[in-house]
Write a protein that binds this ligand. Structure first.
Ligand code: NCD
Ligand code: ZN
Length: 346
């Protein structure tokens, strides 16, 4: 049987939540990935070293004793965050990065930044201590069409940040457009971008296939087919600017199948299977390791994982349609790829 063995991957953009949801979703990441960048958009958000440290302990407490999985914690940037907290988080190793959510851009972003100038002293400190800035790159201007928010952000916000902080290391998270692919490709290696599983597999039609599909709704919203193709080309090229960030974002099913459904796709149970399929379709299986296991550590200046994972060319039978959550009437719907999967994890 055809098999593929690669260095163990990492997930450079992950939402684990807290409490019973954390307990339900964590094994799907910890069993496959060596490390993950943990998003700080909890309620309340993780804005201090103390909060990041205790959240990390809660994550670790749900892991089996023999697990080597490492959560890498991030700080949620607000208008009022003090540069001293960034400095402390860097010195203690509590923060691996800090995340910029424009206020109102996505789930739990209401405490985010209302004007980028408000955090210039914080960005100055991040540049000085070399703490990477992770960006949700969408403008919130209601006059800008939802499908244009990423491209407009590059012009209005990302370009000035890169010019004003020439040494700051920056990751443009979950890019969804050819404009972002072109922009990131043209930068030096201090700038990178994550790409999600689902944006490689669906375009915006999937959100409206025969009716409204709340489980295909995430932010940034999926774009036209030409953008999906540009993302696939970037991810499978081996180009070190691009690496895996699943943006796996669990929400309980009743909160997605709702009058005002939450944004987020939960894909950690089948991401590696999906990626093997995408990379095979692009005739680029030899680049999967670069995208999922090598380019991310290179950007974060961390060693690659020491062990490997193996996939085999066989339809998986171990991926649930939904993951149950303790004490919850509904579970979490797992991303349904547009075609049946043909690779499984060994
Ligand atoms: C994320 C979430 O639910 O926390 N949702 C999403 O659609 N991706 C937030 C985010 O990363 O935008
Ligand atoms: Zn996210």
């Amino acid at each position: 049987m055809k098999t593929l063995t690669i260095t163990r991957p990492d997930d450079w953009h992950l939402h684990l939540r807290d409490g019973n949801v954390l307990q339900a979703v964590l094994p799907w990441t910890a069993n496959v990935y060596g490390r993950a960048i943990i998003m700080p958009n909890l309620k309340p958000p993780i804005t201090t070293v103390a909060a990041a440290d205790t959240y990390k302990q809660r994550i670790l407490s749900h892991l089996p004793a023999d697990s080597n999985f490492q959560p890498l914690m991030t700080c949620y940037l607000t208008d009022s965050l003090q540069p001293s907290e960034i400095k402390l988080g860097k010195e203690t190793g509590s923060f691996t990065a800090a995340k910029l959510y424009p206020a109102g851009a996505t789930t739990n972003s209401e405490h985010g930044v209302t004007d980028i100038k408000n955090i210039y002293p914080v960005l100055e400190m991040m540049q000085q201590v070399d703490l990477p800035l992770l960006i949700h790159g969408e403008v919130v201007d209601p006059a800008v069409d939802i499908f244009d928010r990423e491209a407009v952000f590059i012009e209005r916000v990302l370009t000035p940040i890169l010019a004003d902080f020439p040494e700051l290391r920056v990751v443009s998270e979950h890019i969804t457009t050819s404009a972002a692919v072109d922009f990131i490709s043209a930068q030096s290696d201090r700038v990178g971008a994550t790409i999600t599983t689902h944006h490689l597999m669906i375009n915006r039609n999937a959100i409206f296939q025969g009716g409204i599909r709340p489980h295909m709704y995430c932010l940034p919203i999926a774009k036209r087919e030409e953008h999906r193709l540009a993302l696939r080309k970037a991810a499978t090229s081996g180009n070190s600017h691009f690496f895996l960030g699943t943006d796996s974002a669990p929400h309980l099913t009743h909160l997605k199948e709702n009058d005002c459904g939450c944004a987020g796709v939960f894909n950690s149970p089948n991401t590696m299977e999906c990626l093997a399929q995408v990379f095979e379709e692009e005739d680029a299986l030899d680049q999967l390791e670069a995208f999922a296991s090598r380019n991310g550590p290179a950007f974060y200046r961390l060693p690659v994982n020491a062990d490997t994972i193996t996939l085999e060319k066989q339809a998986p039978d171990n991926i649930p349609a939904e993951v149950a959550v303790q004490d919850s009437a509904t579970g979490i719907h797992v991303f349904t790829p547009p075609q049946a999967l043909t690779w499984r994890m060994c």
